[in-house]
Structure formats: structure tokens, C-alpha cells
Design a protein around this ligand. Structure first.
Ligand code: SF4
Ligand code: SF4
Length: 117
């Protein structure tokens, strides 16, 4: 999301390099290898070392970019209603997308152990 569609080219180049490094001639040899590790969203670990924090909520312009980024990441941890930003710390995965897309610097990432709201 941050790098745009051009990242697909980097991924295919990286994938080709990985196959060459591992001397895997046929990409199909890796097909379905990850399936046993797929779980549900609810089973994802919440032990991230960071979480999103409202550093300067007065700067919020209600653009909604953070809400979209969080939702597209599958978390639904942020809501913004009339410039009031609410972040559910327990639902936040610490991915940092919201802080990347917030041009106003409203949201920053903080270590979980350090913060108390
Ligand atoms: S860090 Fe990720 S999961 Fe947490 S609120 Fe931001 S976008 Fe949502
Ligand atoms: S991205 Fe930043 S400015 Fe936009 S709604 Fe979210 S907190 Fe507010």
C-alpha cells in the first residue's frame, strides 16, 4: 500500500532470486506449502510490541485514511467520528499503517509497555 503497484515488480524479482538461490527450478514445488499455517483472523497473535497511539488528536482533519488502512489490513481498530479518533488498543496489531497514512502526524506508534492513556 505504501509503495504502490510497482512493488509487484520488486516481488517477482525477489521471488526469482529466491528460487535461484535455493536452486528450485520449478516454482510449483512451493505451491500450497503455506496452507497448513493459515489460521483465522481471531487466532492472530496480539503480542505485538507496538500499538497505535493518538499523539496529537487536535490535528485530525477527519480524512479517514487511517480507518481505511486499518480496515484494509483486516483489523478495524480505529474509528474517527467528527475529528475524534478512537483506537482500540486490544484490537490493534501494531502494523503501523495508520501512522504511515496520517499526514497530520496524529497517530504514532509506541511500545506497549510504555504507554498509559
Ligand atoms: S497500527 Fe495497524 S492495526 Fe493498529 S490501529 Fe494502526 S492500522 Fe490498525
Ligand atoms: S489519517 Fe490522521 S488526520 Fe486522517 S482521520 Fe486518521 S487520524 Fe485523522
Amino acid at each position: 500500500m505504501w509503495n504502490g503497484a510497482g512493488i509487484i515488480r520488486d516481488m517477482t524479482t525477489g521471488y526469482s532470486g529466491y528460487l535461484a538461490d535455493k536452486q528450485i527450478p520449478d516454482p510449483n514445488a512451493l505451491r500450497c506449502r503455506a496452507l497448513p499455517r493459515i489460521g483465522t483472523h481471531a487466532s492472530l497473535s496480539r503480542d505485538s510490541s507496538r500499538y497505535a497511539y493518538r499523539e496529537s488528536p487536535e490535528q485530525c482533519i477527519s480524512c479517514g485514511h487511517c480507518v481505511i488502512a486499518c480496515r484494509d489490513g483486516g483489523y478495524h481498530a480505529i474509528s474517527v467520528i467528527e475529528r475524534h479518533v478512537t483506537i482500540d488498543k486490544d484490537t490493534c496489531d501494531g502494523c503501523g499503517l495508520c501512522s504511515l497514512v496520517c499526514s497530520g502526524g496524529v497517530i504514532v506508534m509506541r511500545p506497549r509497555m510504555q504507554t498509559k492513556e
